[in-house]
Design a protein around this ligand. Sequence first.
Ligand code: GRF
Length: 217
Amino acid sequence: MAALKLGVLISGRGTNLQALIEHCGGPEFPASIAVVISNKADAVGLARAAEAGIATAVVPHGDHNGRAAFDAAIGNVLLRYGVGLVCLAGFMRLLGAEFVAGWRDRLINIHPSLLPAFKGLDTHARALEAGVRLTGCTVHFVRAEMDEGPIIVQAAVPVRPDDTEGTLAARVLAAEHRAYPLAVRLIAQGRVRIVGGRVEIDGARVPDAAMLNPRDD
Ligand code: GRF
């Protein structure tokens, strides 16, 4: 089966992009990155893509007259590279409903919380403030509403009493780097279906135990 062609959309440092680059370079990984698109010319992730020999495009949002024109410019790049799955990886612009509908079920995002908790920005600060004992990350299909959509993969990360926003973000980020390539692989293997608004995954095993936090044994 031909590898699924990914278009990765970024705005910044691109560590999730880096994780995808590394997995896509591995033997038998069923996806490859066709193009990386940034709305910011100085995104560090662009250098990561160039270093890996991957095509890049900069589509500055300020250069376009409104969201529809910006979305259309991104769509044109994706079509030019024959992209089959769009991966948002720290892409800090909201895409319009028309774009989202056009890429329905072929557009995924990673978010640094266990959705539907803590949608939006500053997830780690809000998780600490709320006193949750577990947080994590979610890879999901994108719908028009922000941080909504069928959930593909989640990773749970325990919160420590001495965590700061920075230490918690770092541990969740490490989990993101495992969760995103896993979600992409499952989709590229054709094992992911959306049924009644929820994701079903063929042949996926489920871990046995609950993660308890704290432990006192
Ligand atoms: C990640 O925390 C991701 O979950 C969120 O934006 C951040 C991007 O980080 N959507 P990076 O650019 O991949 O390092």
